[in-house]
Design a protein around this ligand. Structure first.
Ligand code: DGP
Length: 117
């Protein structure tokens, strides 16, 4: 699948859809998930156009990759999260519904089993 610049996160990056910005730097933007699965549920997205984790690691520069994952850490620190789970869904069978690479930060309670099943 190639990148579709009409996805909702691309629209958030362009300011066409509102989002409450929790963190922003040159590499990443973080905002709360619209349908939270835990008391803390924040999405972190790269600024570049990458449809999923595979595309991000394959095509992004080392600076973008490092900058993005450092931003994820900064967001978790800013949230004061001592215990948290990172999730990224790659592909629809894995649960990916928005095709702009993103990492979910989940926490704020004792989380269940990995797949919640
Ligand atoms: P995934 O299913 O892994 O692709 O996660 C996509 C997440 O994006 C899902 O938990 C709901 C969230 N989401 C979808 N549309 C919007 C939106 O317009 N704003 C925000 N803040 N989150 C959204």
């Amino acid at each position: 699948m190639s990148y579709d610049s009409n996805n909702v996160f691309a629209k958030i990056l362009r300011g066409e859809i509102p989002a409450r910005k929790l963190y922003e730097d040159a590499f990443a933007l973080a905002f709360p998930d619209v349908a939270p699965s835990a008391p803390t549920h924040v999405l972190v997205i790269p600024k570049g156009a990458y449809e999923n984790y595979d595309a991000f690691v394959a095509r992004a520069s080392d600076a973008e990759i490092t900058g993005f994952f450092k931003a994820v850490r900064s967001v978790a620190q800013q949230l004061g999260a001592q215990h948290y789970r990172l999730i990224t869904n790659k592909g629809e069978d894995a649960g990916q519904s928005v095709h702009h690479f993103h990492v979910h930060i989940l926490g704020g309670k004792t989380l269940g089993t990995l797949l919640g099943e």
